[in-house]
Write a protein that binds this ligand. Structure first.
Ligand SMILES: Cc1cn([C@H]2C[C@H](O)[C@@H](COP(=O)(O)OP(=O)(O)O[C@H]3O[C@@H](C)C(=O)[C@@H](O)[C@H]3O)O2)c(=O)[nH]c1=O
Length: 186
């Protein structure tokens, strides 16, 4: 029996992963990841790091983060407590959807994860208090390779569902996207 549905989004390669649960009188069991099923869906890079975060405040935003080559990575983001609005921005220069974004609600209740391919920036806003997330990364964390877009960048025009009431100083200070005289992203 399949434990996941892989649902495409308008941004090629970005996928919602619906986790199917098995319930009995004790509670439930669900897989967060399965190498066999993910490989069959074309997601085949080995996992290098698993991160866990808790965000206390509702309305808090983290992001929009990525790692520069050669440390690009895919992320599988799951929300195990509470609910978030998860956003991925297509930052692949050759993509027809370059600079477009897609948002999905991920929650403990809906058991959706978001698979984010290489070349995307990622961020989220908490829709409840005390949100707990698990990230599966295909590259180790490299602070020297960190890149970021600003969550309030007008060129992205992300419509965050709640007023942003908490954003780290670092995330507040990421630059806006610049364009040269020919409209090329700098
Ligand atoms: C991501 C990361 C951070 N750190 C450290 C750096 C810092 O001292 C502290 C908190 O890091 P940050 O402020 O970057 O945490 P945060 O803003 O939660 O960063 C995360 O944001 C979301 C949107 C993502 O997509 C993740 O990949 C990650 O970038 O933890 C590690 O040691 N290892 C890691 O893998």
């Amino acid at each position: 029996m399949q434990r996941f549905d892989f649902i495409p989004t308008p941004l090629v390669g970005l996928m919602v992963v619906q986790r199917k649960v098995i319930e009995d009188y004790r509670g439930l069991l669900s897989r967060l990841y399965c190498v066999e099923e993910f490989c069959a869906a074309g997601i085949n890079k080995p996992i290098a790091q698993i991160n866990h975060t808790i965000t206390h405040n509702k309305g808090a935003v983290r992001g929009l983060h990525f790692q520069h080559p050669p440390h690009t990575e895919t992320k599988l983001v799951s929300c195990l407590t509470g609910a978030i609005w998860d956003v991925a921005v297509d930052f692949r220069r050759n993509s027809p959807t370059f600079l477009q974004w897609h948002g999905e609600t991920l929650s403990a209740e809906n058991r959706k994860s978001l698979f984010i391919p290489e070349g995307f920036a990622h961020g989220f806003q908490t829709l409840t208090e005390d949100c707990e997330l698990i990230y599966l990364h295909t590259a180790a964390y490299r602070p020297d390779a960190e890149g970021a877009l600003n969550v309030a960048d007008p060129r992205l025009n992300i419509t965050w569902p709640l007023p942003i009431d908490d954003l780290s100083e670092r995330d507040r200070n990421h630059s806006f996207i610049g364009l040269d005289s020919q409209g090329i992203v700098l």
